[in-house]
Design a protein around this ligand. Sequence first.
Ligand SMILES: [Zn+2]
Length: 134
Amino acid sequence: MKLFNIGKNALYISIIYLGTLIGAESFPCFFQKEITSQAELETVISEESAKLGIKEKIAGKFASERNLSIHRDGENFTIYANKELPLMRTDVQHEVYHYYKDKDKIDNPKGLTLYYLLIAEPRAALYQSTGLKF
Ligand SMILES: [Zn+2]
């Protein structure tokens, strides 16, 4: 019985966690213009990089086979956006913030799932929705 309660509480906490994360990431999108072109994507990445003092160039690419994410290819980083889904400035802010805080952990083959789930994602979501840096 006690084990069942722990499982139930973990489920509730997971639902609250995911709901808060998705809500925080989605809310600012209602007030923004969608990014639709390659040129706009590159401009927004440069502007958001400059805000965080990032000197390296992060590339941007629309790709139908990938969801919004940042990936490493050797020394180069690219933010991929799915052309089928709406893309907002705050989405780019989120990915640029992953670079700013966790550049070395992006596409790191070691298992960092818990780190991403508990630290990197909430931190990027908070920056995306409030501009606060942690
Ligand atoms: Zn993220």
